[in-house]
Ligand binder design. Structure first.
Ligand SMILES: Nc1nc2c(ncn2[C@@H]2O[C@H](COP(=O)(O)OP(=O)(O)OP(=O)(O)O)[C@@H](O)[C@H]2O)c(=O)[nH]1
Ligand SMILES: [Mg+2]
Length: 206
């Protein structure tokens, strides 16, 4: 699949602000600063569709990006949304803000009928945190798990890459047929494989 057009369609903190559920959605979840916005820019081929920042906690809303493109046959039009979910694990956050985050995530993940899958992002350099595990368990509960992107792959050697991916699989308790895709937004690698996986998710649903 190739995405030829993408735009921010809606920014929401509650369900009434979501765009109509007329096209399939795939969401990105992960801790703050893991590289969700960078990944979105990578696969849409747009430098600054989503705001990337050095200071964690930039994305505090649910952002809906409308994407159009062509399937890998080069012909079939594909229309879907990528949903950038607010990051977790941000240290400097008040209790009320963290409750707000929980409500926001729950109402989207539990009730969104056109949500097909949530791609969980983890940093390839580190063992997934307790919060990463909790998030992944939550996705599993709703049948939204199975695809993990290991970000910042440019920061490890190829030896470390294999070792760390194994650790990610073990720590999250992934099944054998679940997928970990290493990507680098900096080196622009892994995007083709991810787009392939996204295409198959959208296909399966039809
Ligand atoms: N080296 C390297 N740095 C990356 C990569 N992806 C993201 N970064 C850096 O990591 C930082 C956070 O990236 P974002 O894409 O803003 O992360 P985010 O998950 O959207 O963060 P929040 O919106 O705060 O939740 C930025 O400084 C990026 O430049 C990557 O593949 N390689
Ligand atoms: Mg972001």
């Amino acid at each position: 699949m190739k995405i030829s057009k993408s735009e921010l369609e809606a920014v929401a903190v509650r369900a009434s602000q979501y765009p109509a559920a007329e096209v399939p959605e795939i969401a990105f979840a992960g801790r703050s600063n893991v590289g969700k916005s960078s990944l979105l820019n990578l696969i849409t081929g747009r430098k600054s569709l989503a705001r990337v920042s050095g200071s964690p906690g930039k994305t505090r809303t649910i952002n809906f990006y409308r994407c159009s493109g062509k399937a890998s046959d080069g012909e079939t039009p594909v229309e879907f949304r990528i949903v950038d979910l607010p990051g977790y694990g941000f240290a400097k956050i008040s209790r009320s803000e963290s409750e707000k985050w929980g409500e926001m995530m729950e109402s989207y993940l539990e009730n969104r009928e056109n949500l097909l899958k949530v791609v969980q992002l983890v940093d390839i350099r580190h063992k997934p945190s307790a919060q990463d595990v909790q998030m992944y368990d939550y996705l599993r509960y709703y049948g939204l798990d199975g695809i993990v992107v290991a970000t910042k792959a440019d920061k490890v050697s190829s030896n470390e890459k294999a070792k760390n991916i194994k650790l990610i699989r073990q720590t999250l308790g992934m099944d054998r047929d679940d997928t970990v895709i290493p990507v680098s937004a900096l080196k622009r690698t892994g995007d083709t494989q991810l787009l392939q996986v996204l295409e198959s998710i959208i296909d399966e649903q039809e």
